[in-house]
Design a protein around this ligand. Structure first.
Ligand code: NAD
Length: 311
């Protein structure tokens, strides 16, 4: 019998992930602070709850997919939260798939490990938390082809794998608590800097008279080749089907990239590491957001930061 899953945070990503779980046969209960989103589920006969606490009461596993660390802390520890002043919990497993800093994941995991189960579930003695952020974006969430980077107890990861594979195509075990979150912010840090690097190089190339399509051919068969040049090219017209070919709509919002770079900076500071390029990239994305491009795909850094068009 498939487990009862409580899903909290039904936005761009969570909406599709919850739907895929329902399609796979899980008994899903949902919660979001947005009533319109909740309505989309209740109209289809999916149980909706007013608070995270109520979701926890009717679930074996909880999945959260929320924007920021503070939203996640709120859902766990806030009023009527998942573990607000409770010591005995119904769910045996808590999975946070939001992109947050590893310190937040570890803090929640620690609190969960101090709780008890209302009823013992199989071999599990105490409730467990996994951090399991994703890559792949909205199209992969919809298609059920996300990649999960998972931190926490390995036995819990193995037990959770079938559930994660109902929403994704791949899971990677990253080690102890917080390591999934760490992997995710490191990935996005490198992705932001490489996107900025490619954009800066293309802006220079164009100003020196090289066509973007020619420079793309050269990059993709030379040492500058990377995901930002061969899969997600930021220059409009070079590649079909990517955000740059549709006015940077859809994709991964600049404000989320700014948030993730902020997480990387906080984490680097906590471990005493210098991260000058992360700080520079963070400033660039913050500036794009201030200019009103916060909801545009992060590859818009080429058009709106470097080429200076429609400033
Ligand atoms: P989103 O803003 O579209 O959705 C978040 C949902 O959470 C919204 O429906 C919102 O109403 C709800 N919410 C916020 N606070 C809440 C609270 N306190 N209680 C209940 N519900 C609450 O965000 P998204 O694009 O779905 O992203 C979710 C997470 O996944 C983020 O951490 C993001 O960085 C990460 N992520 C996003 C993408 C992407 O391409 N969008 C890709 C990978 C990872």
């Amino acid at each position: 019998q498939l487990e009862r899953v409580g899903f909290i945070g039904l936005g761009n990503m969570g909406y599709h992930m919850a739907k895929n779980l329902i399609t796979a046969g899980y008994k899903v209960t949902v919660h979001d602070i947005n009533d319109n989103t909740m309505k989309k589920f209740s109209e289809k006969g999916v149980p909706t709850k007013e608070t995270p606490c109520q979701v926890a009461e009717s679930s074996d596993v909880i999945i959260t997919m929320l924007p920021t660390s503070s939203n996640v802390l709120d859902v766990y520890f806030g009023q009527n939260g998942l573990i607000e002043s409770q010591n005995h919990l119904s769910p045996w497993l808590f999975i946070d798939s939001s992109t947050v800093d590893p310190q937040t994941s570890r803090k929640i995991s620690m609190s969960i490990s101090k709780c008890h189960l209302k009823e013992k579930k199989g071999y599990v003695e105490k409730p467990i938390m996994l951090d399991a952020p994703v890559s792949g974006g909205v199209p992969a969430a919809e298609a059920g082809t996300l990649t999960f980077m998972v931190g926490g107890l390995e036995a819990a990861y193995l037990a959770a794998e079938p559930l994660l594979l109902a929403m994704g195509k791949r899971t990677i075990y990253c080690g102890g608590s917080g390591n999934g979150a760490a992997a995710k912010i490191c990935n996005n840090l490198a992705m932001a800097i490489s996107m900025i690097g490619v954009s800066e190089a293309f802006a220079l190339g164009q100003n020196l008279g090289i066509r973007a399509s020619t420079l793309t051919n050269i990059f993709n068969s030379s040492s500058a080749r990377c995901w930002s040049s061969d899969t997600y090219n930021p220059v409009p017209g070079v590649m079909p089907g990517v955000p740059s070919s549709r006015n940077y709509d859809g994709g991964f919002a600049s404000k989320l990239m700014a948030k993730d770079l902020g997480l990387a900076i906080t984490s680097a500071a906590e471990v005493g590491l210098e991260s000058p390029l992360t700080s520079k990239a963070h400033n660039i994305y913050k500036r794009l957001c201030e200019k009103g491009y916060d909801s545009k795909d992060f590859s818009c850094v080429f058009r709106h930061y470097y080429s200076g068009k429609d400033e």
